[in-house]
Design a protein. Structure first.
Length: 93
């Protein structure tokens, strides 16, 4: 297993998750835009780790991003938090 395997798997899972969110809520929805922005932010953080050769940290960062994509819809769908508050919470993850 190469160092890239976990990173590739996380990126593929995120693409599927974002596509699912787009299908359910639409690409114009605030939730999709929030999730997409948060994922892109995690990708940028992971890239910085990769530039320093830290594959393990990059993978951890991307998996944290996947957690965001998993939990964000449930927070909003269940009405647990308004979108603005959910965005603050998720950005801190």
């Amino acid at each position: 297993m190469s160092q890239w395997t976990g990173i590739s798997e996380a990126r593929e899972a995120a693409a599927k998750s974002l596509a699912s969110l787009a299908g359910e809520y639409g690409r114009d929805s605030q939730l999709w835009r929030l999730c997409e922005d948060l994922w892109r932010s995690r990708e940028a953080e992971a890239l910085t780790s990769l530039l320093y050769g830290d594959f393990r940290n990059a993978e951890v960062i991307l998996k944290r991003g996947l957690d965001i994509l998993t939990h964000a819809p449930a927070l909003v769908r269940n009405g647990e938090l308004p979108l603005e508050e959910a965005a603050l919470l998720l950005a801190a993850v």
